[in-house]
Design a binder for this molecule. Sequence first.
Ligand SMILES: *[C@@H]1O[C@H](CO)[C@@H](O)[C@H](O)[C@H]1NC(C)=O
Ligand SMILES: *[C@@H]1O[C@H](CO)[C@@H](O)[C@H](O)[C@H]1NC(C)=O
Length: 275
Amino acid sequence: MGRNLTKLVFLVFFLRLLISSSCGESFNSDETRVCISKRGRFLPYESDGETPMPSSLEFKDLNLCKVFHGKTCCSASTLHSASLALENLATYGEATKDCLDFFELLECSICQPDVGIQSEPLRICASFCDRVFEACSDAYFSRNASNQDLVPCGASEGTIICGKASKWESNGTAFCYALGFTVQTAGDLTEEPCYGSKSSLEPVVETVIKTETFAWFQDLQKLVREMTLVQQISWVVTLFLIGTTVFNRRRYQQQIQAMIERDARRLMGNMNGNA
Ligand SMILES: *[C@@H]1O[C@H](CO)[C@@H](O)[C@H](O)[C@H]1NC(C)=O
Ligand SMILES: *[C@@H]1O[C@H](CO)[C@@H](O)[C@H](O)[C@H]1NC(C)=O
């Protein structure tokens, strides 16, 4: 009985934590700021000038950048080149699972809601570039003949030289620049935070890459984030009622059992007395 109560208290506490953390998130990002398209390797946002929104079905179908499906400036078209690059990396790049995960997070930078509403350019943290480079140093890339950008080796580029990332570049910063990104080093004194900083992305990176068992937690968190406050409250109340019912039923069963035992003992006592 005590254990059930502990479980219930934990569940309610956990849900409250979940809700307050998801509310805190939307509180942090300024609701009035709109998506600002980034130039360079990225196509303009279809939602340029609008606030970040939950991703479209078409975007969800791409099965990319899941961590940002809740709220983003991206649509499927924004990710066309990223999707192709990741497909090539997975098919021809001999990339490890870590490399694919990190590379996807890098390509998805454009879809992070905070990045979406930032002024240009899209800045990737040097420390994050180092992690991507570390994970992908043995994966195969080639240079785009027309703009010299680094791209994962693809089927159509059979005649172009393919080489490991570590053969093309010597560090993460150079790697990110070669991929067409702008890099922000720790020394830069910009007010806007960069993408992939410890505080902004580490929790996401850790949950996505290190502990996939937490996928359910993310789904749950996303679900809660997409609910309205009324829905969230009614959910907690429902769970609380279910918990209370289970708890009461247990107590009821235990009371019945105690009653039966008491009666049995009395009966035994009577029988002994009568004998
Ligand atoms: C190579 O660069 C050109 C010009 O920027 C671009 O149109 C093309 O899509 C790039 N190719 C690949 C495979 O990324
Ligand atoms: C990274 O590599 C580039 C090109 O090889 C070099 O110019 C730069 O100094 C290096 N940066 C660091 C932090 O090592």
